[in-house]
Design a protein around this ligand. Structure first.
Ligand SMILES: C[S@@+](CC[C@H](N)C(=O)[O-])C[C@H]1O[C@@H](n2cnc3c(N)ncnc32)[C@H](O)[C@@H]1O
Length: 422
C-alpha cells in the first residue's frame, strides 16, 4: 500500500523522515482548515470561552525532515494553530476570549510516540501545560476513553476535531467514525483514504475481502464495484459509489474530499472531511478554493490534480475539478443546471435556503455563497420566488438570503431556465 515504510518511520535517536510533497499538501490543508475553524466559530464578540478538543489518532512522530530543514507534523500543526488562534482572536476584542484546547495524540508505535514526546519537550512555549495527552496504542483501543474525557470536559457542546491520517485505506474502521458522530454530533473528522489503491486492488481474492473489511464492503458490494470499474462506469463511478458508501456508513451528513495525487505512486489519496454540520462543510470547501492557487506552483509533477477529480463525473451538476474551473464558469454552469433541479425540488412546496444548501452541498464544488448568489439571480430574473418566514415575497433588490427564507415557484410560471434562453 502506498507510501508505507520509511516516509512514516520515526525513532527518537534518528533524524525525522523526509516528507513527501503530497504529505506537505495535506498538512497545509489541515493548517488552513484549523485556522478557518477557529475564526469561523468565534465571530461573536459576546463569547468569552471557546473549548475545543483536538484528537490526532494517527499522530506519527511530530516532525519531518524537509530537505535540510524541519517541518512540523500534524500534532505540532494542531498545537501551533491553537496557539496563534489565541492571539489572533483576541486582537481588538474588548471582552477577552479564553481559548481552551485539549489535545490527544495517539500512535500505535512506541518509537513514534517516544519521538513525539521528545519533540514536545523541546517545544516553546509550553503554555498548553498538561493539556496534551500522548497515548501509545491502536487508536481503536483508545477511542472509548477519549470520547469519555471529551464528554466530561464539554458535556454540552462536545466540540472536537478528529484527524485520522492513516496509511492506505484499511487502518480506520469506518464504524469507529460512526461512533464518534453518534456520541459527539458536533465533531468533525478528517480521514486520509487511499481511494485509488482500494480501487486498483479490488479483486475477488479472499485477501481483498479481508483487507476491505474495515471499509465495510461486503463480498457482494466488492463484486458490484469490480463490475462498475471494468464496465461502462469506470473508475469515476466506483469513486462516487465509494464516497457515498463512506458517508452513509460513517453517519456523516456532509463529505468534502480533497484529492491529492502523490508523485510517486500516482494513486490518488482522499483527504476526506466528514461532518454533520453545513457550516463545517462550508469552511472546508472554502479551503479548496483558497489552496487551489497556492498549490499551482507545485506544478503538475507534484499534484496531477487537486480537488474534485472525476468524483462527480456523470452527476447532475458538472462541477468536479477545481483546477480547470474558475468561479465564473462554475456560476454559468450552476445557472444552467440549477433551475431544473430547483424546479423539481420546490414544485410540491417551498423549501428553505437551509434545506436547499443541504441538498446540494455534497454534489457541487460551490460554496454556500456561490449557491446563494445563483438563487438571488434566478429570483431577480423571476424564475423563482423567495419568501420570508411568514410566506411574504421578499423584495427583488434583496442582497443576502437568510437560511429561513424559502424558495418557491413564481406565481407566473416560466419553464426552468427559460428566461436565459436568448
Ligand atoms: C501517515 S502517518 C501519520 C503522519 C502524521 N499524521 C503527520 O502528518 O505528521 C500514520 C501513523 O499512524 C500510525 N498507525 C498505524 N496504524 C495505527 C493505529 N491503528 N492506531 C494508531 N496509530 C496507527 C503509524 O505508526 C504512523 O505513525
Amino acid at each position: 500500500m502506498n507510501s508505507k515504510g520509511k516516509n512514516f518511520k520515526w525513532h527518537p535517536d534518528e533524524k525525522p523522515p523526509q516528507i513527501e510533497a503530497h504529505s506537505k499538501a495535506k498538512l497545509r490543508v489541515l493548517r488552513r482548515y484549523l485556522r478557518a475553524y477557529f475564526d469561523r466559530l468565534n465571530v461573536s464578540p459576546h463569547r468569552d470561552e471557546f473549548k475545543l478538543d483536538l484528537v490526532d489518532g494517527f499522530a506519527g512522530g511530530g516532525l519531518f525532515s524537509d530537505g535540510s530543514d524541519e517541518l512540523p507534523g500534524s500534532p505540532l500543526v494542531m498545537l501551533e494553530e491553537a496557539e496563534t488562534a489565541k492571539t489572533r482572536l483576541n486582537h481588538n476584542r474588548i471582552k477577552p476570549l479564553a481559548v481552551d484546547c485539549q489535545f490527544y495524540f495517539v500512535d500505535k508505535e512506541k518509537a513514534h510516540t517516544d519521538h513525539l514526546q521528545k519533540v514536545l519537550a523541546q517545544r516553546e512555549p509550553a503554555s498548553d501545560g498538561n493539556k496534551i495527552v500522548v497515548r501509545t496504542g491502536p487508536f481503536e483501543n483508545e477511542l472509548d476513553s477519549i470520547l469519555k474525557s471529551i464528554h466530561q470536559r464539554q458535556p454540552r457542546s462536545g466540540r472536537a476535531i478528529f484527524l485520522l491520517d492513516q496509511t492506505g485505506f484499511a487502518q480506520v474502521e469506518l464504524t469507529l467514525i460512526a461512533r464518534i458522530f453518534s456520541e459527539l454530533p458536533a465533531a468533525e473528522v478528517i480521514l486520509t483514504f487511499a481511494a485509488d489503491s482500494l480501487i486498483n486492488f479490488l479483486s475477488e481474492r479472499p485477501q481483498m475481502v479481508t483487507a476491505a473489511k474495515p471499509v465495510g464492503l461486503s463480498d457482494e458490494r466488492i463484486r458490484s464495484l469490480i463490475e462498475d470499474r471494468d464496465g461502462y462506469g469506470g473508475k469515476a463511478l466506483v469513486q462516487r459509489t465509494l464516497r457515498d458508501h463512506t458517508r452513509i456508513l460513517t453517519g456523516a451528513t456532509y463529505d468534502t474530499p480533497f484529492f491529492i495525487r502523490p508523485e510517486q505512486s500516482r494513486r490518488a489519496l482522499w483527504f476526506l472531511h466528514l461532518s454533520r454540520h453545513p457550516t463545517a462543510r462550508d469552511v472546508m470547501i472554502q479551503r479548496h478554493w483558497d489552496v487551489q492557487n497556492t498549490f499551482e506552483h507545485c506544478g503538475i509533477g507534484s499534484f496531477g490534480m487537486l480537488g474534485w477529480d472525476a468524483l462527480l463525473e456523470g452527476g447532475t451538476l458538472p462541477l468536479f475539478r477545481f483546477q480547470d474551473l474558475d468561479a465564473q464558469r462554475m456560476h454559468e454552469e450552476l445557472l444552467n443546471e440549477l433551475p431544473r433541479e430547483l424546479f423539481s425540488l420546490v414544485s410540491e412546496e417551498p423549501v428553505t435556503i437551509e434545506t436547499f444548501r443541504h441538498m446540494f452541498a455534497n454534489r457541487t464544488a460551490a460554496r454556500f455563497s456561490d449557491l446563494d448568489e445563483v438563487v438571488l439571480r434566478l429570483f431577480r430574473e423571476r424564475e423563482f420566488a423567495v419568501l420570508d418566514q411568514d410566506g411574504k415575497e421578499r423584495s427583488r433588490s434583496l442582497k443576502r438570503l437568510k437560511t429561513s427564507d424559502r424558495i418557491a415557484l413564481p406565481s407566473t410560471l416560466l419553464l426552468p431556465g427559460f428566461s436565459r434562453l436568448s
